[in-house]
Design a binder for this molecule. Structure first.
Ligand SMILES: [Fe+2]
Ligand SMILES: [Fe+2]
Length: 264
């Protein structure tokens, strides 16, 4: 059985130190085989924040899989944003903005959905491009039948009704239409700092909130998700920061029938 830990929006620069230490304790206890980090590793993409993030990553005794978020691009250093937007990411984190990783049991497909600019005022918004959609569908077309297929992207493909004012990822409808029925099992995202799991078009959407930062929405604690199971049955547990520890808050089980996931 595969055990994956999904954390997000760590936001080095706005870290809650006790929560970061609690996360390290939880990692030791849960012993996941992989830690998935869905972007916004830093707050302002400074060298200092990246250095702190890199120190945290190198302290992990677990492999990690990471994609960037909009906060990993500089907002205020405009020349850097337009000329060499990912310089600090590539220097401190890794050269690859869109990693891929696979085992016999699962395939992780990472995409970079943050954009340095767009034809809109809010540049925190993200997008999935036609070439990224094609890249994902091609990767899945060669996958073994029993291998779980996970897409990792910072920006959300679905939002709970009360949060629909936040923008969904651009290109979402085209992406979902392309992924539907092609074997994609899970989409893991962050960005909105809320945690939830939801089945959409037979795929599971799983969001972690901000795992370690003080950028919390009202009544929304720091959180992470644990994904356990295989291509036929998955349990996703959401863990919330409560009374000085991450504690199991909600558990949902999903089953796959005729290529579609359903909540059990
Ligand atoms: Fe964030
Ligand atoms: Fe974000």
């Amino acid at each position: 059985m595969t055990t994956l830990l999904h954390i997000s929006d760590l936001h080095f620069g706005r870290i809650l130190t006790d929560v970061l230490e609690g996360l390290k304790r939880s990692i030791r206890v849960l012993a996941p085989e992989m830690i998935i980090i869905s972007g916004d590793l830093t707050q302002r993409a400074t060298a200092k924040e990246y250095q702190q993030a890199a120190e945290f990553l190198s302290s992990l005794n677990t492999p990690y899989f990471i994609v960037p978020g909009n906060h990993d691009l500089s907002t205020f250093r405009v020349v850097e944003r337009f000329i060499c937007p990912w310089r600090n990411w590539k220097k401190w984190i890794q050269s690859d903005l869109e990693p891929q990783f696979s085992t016999e049991d699962y395939q992780l497909m990472g995409i970079n959905t943050a954009r340095k600019a767009g034809f809109y005022m809010d540049w925190s918004r993200g997008r999935i491009s036609p070439s990224q959609i094609q890249q994902i569908t091609q990767q899945m077309s060669h996958a073994p039948q029993q291998q779980l297929q996970l897409l990792v992207a910072h920006h959300p493909f679905w939002l709970p009704p009360q949060y629909e004012a936040r923008h969904l990822i651009g290109g979402r409808d085209e992406a979902l239409a392309s992924f539907k029925g092609r074997g994609l099992d899970l989409i893991l995202s962050g960005h909105v700092h809320i945690d939830y799991c939801h089945v959409l078009d037979g795929m599971i959407i799983s969001h972690a909130g901000t795992t370690t930062s003080d950028r919390l929405l009202p009544d929304t604690p720091n959180s992470f998700n644990v994904i356990q199971g295989d291509k036929n049955r998955l349990t996703i547990t959401r863990h919330h920061w409560q009374q000085g520890e991450f504690q199991l808050s909600q558990s949902q089980t999903f089953q796959r029938k005729n290529g579609q996931w359903h909540e059990a």
